[in-house]
Design a binder for this molecule. Structure first.
Ligand SMILES: [Zn+2]
Ligand SMILES: [Zn+2]
Ligand SMILES: [Zn+2]
Length: 332
């Protein structure tokens, strides 16, 4: 019998359709094309083919030349631009403003074929530090309200270049999904005077059925009401509203757990495409006691169809308990 489950943060319902249960190998996926030998603007020696770098961690060489380990450049085709005023105005029912923001690309490694699952923990930690540095810098711009850091792994997840990279988009508004989480967290806080994410972590660690892996600082778990098969969240045990304010040891622990979680997902599901996002409190939000930063990994195993778009209900054929069993059984 299918089961409806409600996400304790957002209140969003999902349908866990376990009678349509599928083995990991039953998901149809776009085959991952073999690495091509085509020209890649993110490789060593091609630095002049990207816009000039905003920052880089380098062990050698000069700006916009080889010798870097992580490199951040503006997106060549930005969704939003940094020049100008917001100029917010209304036209009767309709609000508009100038597309002020920033759109940056974090090139995670010079190595064309390395994924997070293959990179060393230190390399991943360096990427996380680059995210932090860019957020702290962009936060000084008073026009901006939110920064989303995300990664599209694989063409089916929206990646247009195969070279390992993440993106950062700074926005003059707080995105809906984040606002939903904050509003849900506020409802919980008003009722219980506790952070909803801290409560989830406590309950999940006691229950264990949905805990994929944990270490001293971070817990990787399948949410109770996942939208997608094998959806996995990584949360710091210590309460903190903002990713960029986390202490260094949490980045170390996050890098370790990200690597092993993604290794599990890659091995169990044959390196599926996925999106990875970081959710953190908006700059302006004073309610730092009620929000809790986290990472969401969203494997792209099934397609979002009309029913999902039309209702906001997701149909998930894999229960989080079954997904957790599969991921935990992987030898890494
Ligand atoms: Zn490349
Ligand atoms: Zn918390
Ligand atoms: Zn979230």
């Amino acid at each position: 019998m299918p089961e409806l489950r409600k996400d304790p943060v957002t209140g969003r319902w999902v349908i866990i359709a376990t009678d349509r249960a599928r083995r990991p190998s039953d998901f149809s996926r776009e085959p991952v094309p073999p690495p091509s030998s085509r020209f890649c603007p993110f490789d060593y020696g091609n630095e002049q083919k990207t816009p000039p770098e905003i920052m880089a961690y380098r062990h050698d060489g000069n700006a916009n030349g080889p010798g870097w380990s992580v490199r951040v450049v503006p997106n060549k085709f930005p969704v939003l631009g940094i020049e100008g005023d917001l100029n917010r105005q209304g036209d009767g029912m309709f609000d508009r403003m100038n597309g002020i923001g920033a759109h940056e690309v974090i090139i995670e490694t010079p190595d064309h074929d390395k994924t997070f699952a293959v990179m060393s923990e230190l390399e991943i930690e360096r990427v996380l530090s680059a995210f932090r540095e860019r957020i702290l810098d962009l936060k000084r711009d008073v026009r901006l309200r939110y920064i989303l850091v995300f990664k599209n792994q694989g063409a089916a997840a929206g990646a247009t270049l195969e070279h390992p990279h993440s993106q950062l988009i700074a926005l003059p508004v707080v995105p809906d999904f984040v606002r939903e989480e904050i509003e849900g967290a506020r409802r919980h806080f008003d009722a219980k005077e506790r952070c909803v994410f801290c409560d989830i972590i406590r309950q999940e660690l006691a229950d264990e059925r949905r805990v994929v892996q944990e270490n001293a600082d971070i817990v990787a778990l399948a949410p109770y009401a996942p939208r997608l098969p094998f959806e996995t969240w990584l949360l710091p045990r210590r309460h903190g509203a903002r990713f960029e304010e986390a202490p260094r040891y949490e980045y170390e622990s996050l890098a370790r757990l990200l690597k092993s979680t993604l290794m599990r997902i890659d091995r169990a599901l044959e390196s599926p495409p996925y999106n990875l996002i970081i959710h953190s409190a908006p700059f302006t939000d004073a309610g730092t006691e009620l929000y809790h930063w986290h990472v969401e990994i969203l494997p792209k195993l099934a397609r979002t169809a009309g029913f999902e778009w039309g209702t906001g209900f997701y149909i998930n054929p894999t229960s989080p308990e079954e997904g957790t069993r599969v991921l935990r059984a992987v030898k890494i």
